[in-house]
Design a protein around this ligand. Structure first.
Ligand SMILES: C[S@@+](CC[C@H](N)C(=O)[O-])C[C@H]1O[C@@H](n2cnc3c(N)ncnc32)[C@H](O)[C@@H]1O
Length: 273
């Protein structure tokens, strides 16, 4: 999973760079940027690059992922202003030495049982006028046309449904799980912040996609087969097997119609004085 998170984030870099440039219009010269639920630190390092005057702290529950983040920061020459903090969110933020001028949380909040309480804790760790930038929601990744010439058309839509159901189960099983309506601006407001902007960013790698996109799609489809494959019928499972077989000309490794198209939404909110 660590490798998959890292290669996917690398592929998504153009999307993140546009999101960071957009955040930069609102947040000027932050002293401390915190990446809450940073994973392997691909985005944390993009922050270090986009904001050369800032110190960046990547926070995550996984020490192994933060090890990757530190190695990355070293490779990219930003280690002198890059730190990590290992621990459960949101409590781990209590160990920050200073309040954050910018706190970024991308696709991490939805792993926390009580999302509203976590947002309030994130807000507490912001400096006055500090910004919380939350990446949640958007569109599921698409990588194949509706009719791919093998199996029954619409496979990706059926995989999306199974993944949504699994996501709901995942949330229910989280410790301290609380149901909330995923109205992100309303949740940010309830956390005592002033919602400022919402925008979605597109990743559009048209067919024929480069090899690194194929690798990400193959890893993702392999993972989907593992986690929701049982919910597919026999015909769809056979199609997925063909798509994953590197020897098969119809596989994601070789077909010419493979693309990557997705959108992620970012919501920003500012802490009042
Ligand atoms: C889907 S990954 C997102 C990684 C990165 N932010 C990105 O957008 O590529 C979610 C990350 O949140 C971390 N995470 C999940 N639950 C956590 C928790 N309770 N405390 C701390 N980190 C957590 C995971 O270890 C993982 O790195």
């Amino acid at each position: 999973m660590a490798e998959q998170l890292e290669t996917q984030a690398e592929l998504y870099t153009p999307l993140y760079e546009r999101a960071l440039a957009w955040i930069g219009k609102e947040v000027t010269e932050p002293g401390l940027i915190v990446d809450a639920g940073s994973g392997p630190g691909v985005i944390s390092c993009l922050f270090a690059d986009a904001f050369p005057g800032a110190r960046v702290v990547a926070v995550d529950g996984s020490g192994e992922l933060l090890e990757r983040a530190r190695s990355r920061a070293e490779r990219l020459g930003v280690a002198d202003r890059f730190g990590t903090l290992t621990g459960e969110l949101p409590q781990a933020l209590d160990d920050l030495e200073y309040p954050a001028d910018l706190l970024w949380a991308s696709r991490s909040l939805h792993h926390l049982g009580d999302q509203q309480a976590a947002l309030s804790a994130f807000a507490d760790r912001l400096a006055p006028d500090g910004t919380l930038a939350l990446m949640e929601g958007g569109l599921p990744m698409r990588w194949l046309p509706r009719d791919i010439g093998i199996g029954r058309p619409g496979l990706q839509a059926r995989l999306d449904v199974l993944e949504e159901e699994r996501f709901t189960r995942m949330r229910t099983e989280l410790p301290g799980s609380v149901d909330v309506t995923e109205d992100w601006p309303a949740l940010l407001t309830a956390a005592g912040l002033k919602h400022t902007r919402t925008r979605s960013f597109l990743l559009d790698l048209p067919a024929p996609a480069p090899d690194r996109a194929r690798a990400v799609v193959a890893a993702r489809l392999g993972r989907l087969r593992e986690i929701v494959g049982d919910g597919l019928d026999a015909e769809d499972r056979a199609t997925v097997d063909r798509l994953l077989d590197p020897q098969d000309p119809a596989s994601v490794h070789r077909r010419t119609d493979l693309f990557v198209l997705t959108a992620h939404t970012v919501h920003t909110a500012v802490k009042p004085h």
